[in-house]
Ligand binder design. Structure first.
Ligand code: NI
Length: 174
């Protein structure tokens, strides 16, 4: 397994619409293992392949709480097939927008259909943090970041601050 560098916004790669995955082969399995290792190292609770620069519709999540056994879920070609009328507000963050959080309103519950690591079709009903995490990660596959759910003013402010943060990190590592 390998820990891979995560792309930080603003970056045009994060706006790309990812391609469907035709088959769950060894390369896809390895990619999902690497994504999980990268996510756990941060730590984070979800990661989409585009965040490491791979434009494939692949997501990994694990919303286990501290002290619980890991509960990794590997999702290939996930699609939201149902959502509740009820909405919920969560303070969202993103490994591609480090240090920034915003309250975002989304459906409280979702139904997600996907292909699992064995190539089997699965349907998952999620609420609470798992629902939120899946909606956030599936957004990434369509080039949507949580800041895209905010006003243009607030989004612009966060992305400008991130640009500065990126430049100072680049100088540190140069
Ligand atoms: Ni994210």
């Amino acid at each position: 397994m390998a820990i891979l560098p995560i792309i930080w916004a603003p970056d045009p790669r994060l706006k790309v619409i990812s391609e469907p995955v035709p088959a769950v082969d060894d390369a896809v399995l390895k990619l999902m293992d690497d994504m999980l290792e990268t996510m756990y190292a941060e730590p984070g609770i979800g990661l989409s392949a585009i965040q490491i620069g791979i434009a494939k519709r692949i997501v990994v999540v694990d919303v286990a709480r501290e002290g619980e056994d890991p509960q990794p879920i590997r999702l290939v070609n996930p699609v939201i097939t149902g959502e509740s009328d009820d909405l919920a507000i969560f303070d969202e963050g993103c490994l591609s927008l480090p240090e920034f959080f915003s309250e975002i309103e989304r459906p409280a519950e979702v139904e997600v259909t996907y292909t699992d690591e064995n190539g089997a079709e699965q349907t998952l009903r999620a609420d609470d943090i798992l629902s939120r995490c899946l909606q956030h990660e599936i957004d990434h596959l369509d080039g949507i970041l949580f800041v895209d759910h905010l006003s243009a003013v607030r989004r612009g402010m966060i992305l400008r601050k991130l640009s500065k943060l990126k430049k100072s990190k680049e100088r540190e590592s140069a």
